[in-house]
Write a protein that binds this ligand. Structure first.
Ligand code: SAH
Length: 348
């Protein structure tokens, strides 16, 4: 190839507006060009410098010599016959794959994006871990899941959950750039009040996030009520135990005023006892929160099971104890919409 290799060029889609301005100015360009270019990339979402028609030919040429525009493309698109759920398997430019799920709710369409190729966290019930960890996604690759899902489906996404493959707080810097670009007035301009970040509980990063005071909803994957069981199901608990995690949640609420959301995958005989219900009520009692009960999704490598009826019973029991709990609606059941499974089948 005659062109300068992509490796030497900068990924322009991952640059936040102030960073883009800085790079341009350092190269002798006018700062206001940054906003124009940023809008072409993130509002108009062009895929080539040639399309930036209010930028001089000379600057477009310079841009294409120093930068490249990242791209991803859907290699599979599954549409549910029971609801409006669509699932995409995206191929990244290095040949890796991630999954993205578009769901329809009363309040609008919501997109579940991946933040890493695979995951290091090792949760026992999770398909993303079994398929292995390859690398973290760049900000551009998280943004492109939104841009491509909207372009291909023709639908407009009104909220985003960082709940796909990967642990967002294990890719902290890139996820923050993603959030900054997503919420930029010169970009998609999505309020972070419409974004939820789901984490297995990397307490130090939750503390960092609290300090930023973003409007983001924090969603904690709790899944067990005592350290013995949680450490068994989720290795991260050996590093940060439940009491440290809950204390970080309290601080997050105090700093942001945002209600904490807890995920609880119910597993028969593992975390569904009366003692678990009581412990959950106690753990979450002191702060405004909501618990999502999810009957564990079967994955073929594990024998964990549950049922919707069991989840409803457990949730009712929590309600009796004064806890704000509901059973998560199942969407896209016919297309295996839960994340992690498609990538694994595709890559193995
Ligand atoms: N790493 C982040 C986000 C990705 S996982 C986290 O841990 O929160 C998204 C959610 O799906 C998490 O709550 C995770 O615990 C849950 N999950 C993973 N595998 C599951 C399964 N088999 N059944 C039900 N929930 C599962």
């Amino acid at each position: 190839m005659l062109d300068v290799s992509t490796a030497e060029k900068k990924d322009i889609l991952s640059l936040e507006l102030p960073q883009l301005k800085q790079v341009l100015e350092a190269n002798g360009e006018k700062g206001f060009r940054a906003k124009q270019i940023f809008e072409w990339l993130h509002k108009r979402r062009v895929m080539s410098f040639d399309d930036m028609t209010n930028i001089s030919l000379e600057l477009r040429k310079k841009l294409s010599e120093r930068f490249y525009i990242e791209n991803i493309h859907a290699v599979r698109r599954l549409k549910s016959d029971i609801d409006d759920t669509e699932k995409f398997l995206f191929e990244l430019s290095d040949g890796n794959h991630v999954e993205t799920v578009l769901m329809s709710y009363e309040h609008g369409d919501s997109l579940c994006v991946s933040t890493q190729v695979g995951c290091k966290m090792g949760c026992k019930f999770c398909a993303s871990t079994i398929a292995g960890f390859k690398r973290s996604l760049k900000a551009s690759e998280i943004l492109l899941q939104l841009y491509e899902a909207e372009r291909v489906s023709g639908r407009k996404v009104s909220s985003i959950v960082l709940m796909g493959i990967g642990e967002p707080l294990d890719n902290y810097d890139n996820v923050l750039s993603f959030l900054n670009i997503l919420s930029s007035e010169s970009g998609t301009n999505m309020s972070l009040r419409h974004v939820s970040l789901s984490t297995c509980g990397i307490v130090d990063r939750i503390k960092d996030l609290s300090k930023l005071g973003l409007g983001l909803t924090l969603s904690i994957s709790l899944h067990a009520t005592n350290d013995k069981k949680r450490s068994e199901l989720m290795p991260i608990n050996q590093r940060y135990n439940i009491s440290e995690l809950m204390s970080a949640c309290h601080d997050y609420f105090d700093a942001t005023g945002r209600r904490i959301s807890f995920e609880y995958a119910l597993i028969d005989g593992e975390n569904d006892s009366e003692a678990d219900a009581k412990a959950l009520a106690e753990l979450t009692g002191g702060m405004p929160s909501h618990i999502n009960i999810i009957p564990v999704n079967k994955i073929k490598e594990r024998s964990y099971t549950s049922s919707r009826a069991a989840a409803v019973r457990f949730s009712k029991r929590l309600n009796d104890l004064g806890v704000n709990a509901t059973v998560r609606r199942t969407l896209g059941a016919d297309i295996d919409a839960a994340c992690g499974q498609l990538r694994r089948e595709y890559e193995i």
